[in-house]
Structure formats: C-alpha cells, structure tokens
Design a protein. Structure first.
Length: 321
C-alpha cells in the first residue's frame, strides 16, 4: 500500500510516497515496544532473521535508520519515533476499515455508548445524535445521561465508550480533549441574591444556603479546586441530582446553587432566577470529550471525538449570557 511518511532533513520537512508492507509496520511496532529483535521474534512467533530482513527493507525504502542497535537491544531513532505515530494510525485505519466493511457485508452495527452530562444533553440533543448518525451510519448509538463524575467512572469501568463531561479527572487511562470553558455562577431567587446580576464574591456565596448538584466527587463537575469544593459542600442544605428538580427548588426560594448560566438558559422558569458570576476567585469549569486509550475502537473514537468537537464549535450552543 502507499503511505505518506514525513521525513525531516536539515530542520525541514517534506512528503514522500513509499511502498510499505503492512506486515513491516506491524513488525516495526512490536520491535519498538519490546526494545529487542529477539523478544519481538518470540512474541510474533517468527524467526529473528525474518524480522531483520523486513526492517532492513523498510529502512532502505525510507532512506533512514529506524533503530539504534546496542548490545542489549535497540532504541528508536528520531525517524523511528516519527514513524511510530504514523504506523499506529495506518494500522488503526486499516483495522477500522475492515470492521466497517465487514459491517456493511453482514448488516451488523457496532454499539457505541455515549455519556452526556445533564447540561450537555439539554444543549446538544437531539442534533448531535442526528449528526453522528449521518456521519457514522454503521454504528448504533447508546446514550447515557448522568453527572460528570459518574460518567468518568463508567468510562473507567468500560460501561460507556466516550463521554462529554465537566472537569474530568486527569488520568493516563483517558484521552481528554478540552472543548470550552464556562463561568460558574451563583443562581437563586431575588430573596437571596437581590435583583442585581453583578458578580458575587465566593466568600458571600458561602453565607447562602446552597442546594448542590451532587457533593464530594460529583461536585467536581462544577468546581475543580478541592478546597473551594469542600467549603461549598459545607454550606450545602440539600443535594439534588436532577436538574429539573434542582431548578424547581431554586424557584421555590429554598436556596441557591452554583452552575453555569448555560445550564439554565433553556429552563422555562429561568426568568424568576437571578444569575450572578462568582468572583474572588473567579470559578470556571471546562467541558471535555473523554475516552479510554488503547482500545480496539481507537480510530473510531478519534473520529467521533473530532466530529463532536466540530459540532460543538459550529452550533455555539454554550453561552454565559
């Protein structure tokens, strides 16, 4: 097959087209992972001379050495490191193509479970699902709605494949793509917040009875800083994990909450609620696409994530106004 490989020369880059055998790429990646031709040969169940021959041919085609040979094994050259990224992408695309072609042949569809935070569900559904179905007709979407922290737990447990969540934990297990940041506001009735939309200090927020969308780890989706999160939790008089129920409680004047204004923009009773950005410190939350690394669906999840990113940017349905 023809692969486009970038080669660097004299601090510059150029494209060249080279005939590359997929088997050579597979051999190359296993050797790079093992750090040894002999270990790679045992792992692949092939003789070491066959590996050496294939890699020598690949290096000859590319015109650069891919490994530095040492008495205890091999180490990737700069060109080898660069090829690693491209080889993984090529093999992922080929694997995905085989899967999709097989699905067309059999008529089978692969399930992909998508987790959405309450705010994201309100803002992007059903348009996002329509967009994904049009772009990926050979997958069957499953939708799960829950708090951001719960969705991240579902990802770690393999219950869902991809999530749109606020302030997800940083973990080497996940690939995280930031989408946007929102200001966190204090929201409640005029009885607590007056009739002003001016910013309110965090210290003044702590004097209010707070009704929160999930305490502890779940509250991380609203406030990332653990110290600020604990201080806010200490003022909590009620925990409500249903967005509609939470906003109804605010309407009744039973307390205030901390959320982004975009969360209530489409809420029918928002006119009766006062929204004041929190300052000193200013608090923001970040919406991200999160999914596991190193799965059999890596290439598909990358494509889904890119499409979701483009859809969120295009629709501009998140606003602090």
């Amino acid at each position: 097959m023809i692969c486009h490989i970038i080669q660097c020369k004299n601090d510059g880059c150029f494209f060249c087209e080279i005939d590359v055998d997929l088997r050579q790429l597979k051999y190359f990646l296993v050797i790079a992972d093992c750090g040894s031709f002999s270990q790679a040969a045992r792992k692949l169940y092939v003789v070491q001379s066959a590996l050496s021959h294939n890699i020598a041919q690949l290096e000859d085609d590319l015109g650069v050495p891919l490994f530095e040979r040492h008495p205890r094994g091999v180490k990737l050259t700069k060109a080898g490191v660069l090829l690693c990224d491209y080889a993984k992408k090529v093999l992922d695309i080929v694997a995905e193509a085989k899967t999709e072609i097989g699905a067309v042949k059999t008529g089978a569809k692969e399930y992909v479970w998508l987790g959405l935070n309450h705010t994201v569900n309100q803002k992007l559904m059903p348009g996002l699902v329509k967009c994904l179905n049009e772009e990926f007709p050979n997958i069957k979407l499953g939708i799960v709605e829950d708090l951001s922290a719960v969705l991240v737990d579902y990802l770690a447990e393999g219950k869902i494949d991809l999530a749109l969540a606020y302030n997800p934990i940083q973990d080497e297990l996940f690939k995280t793509i930031p989408l946007l940041k929102e200001s966190v506001c204090c929201i409640g009735s005029s009885d607590f917040l007056g009739n002003s939309s001016d910013p309110i200090k965090f210290s003044d927020v702590l004097k209010l009875p707070m009704v929160l969308p999930g305490q502890g780890q779940n509250l991380q989706g609203v406030i990332l800083d653990p110290d600020l999160r604990q201080k806010l939790s200490d003022t909590c008089v009620m925990e409500v994990n249903s967005l509609s129920a939470l906003l109804s409680v605010l309407e009744e004047g039973l307390g205030c909450t901390a959320l982004s204004s975009s969360t209530i923009n489409n809420y029918q009773g928002k006119e009766s609620l006062i929204v004041r950005p929190i300052i000193e410190p200013e608090i923001t939350r970040e919406l991200s696409i999160v999914y596991r690394k190193h799965t059999k669906n890596d290439a598909l999840l990358d494509r889904l994530a890119n499409l979701i990113n483009a859809y969120v940017e295009k629709t501009k349905k998140f606003s602090n106004k």
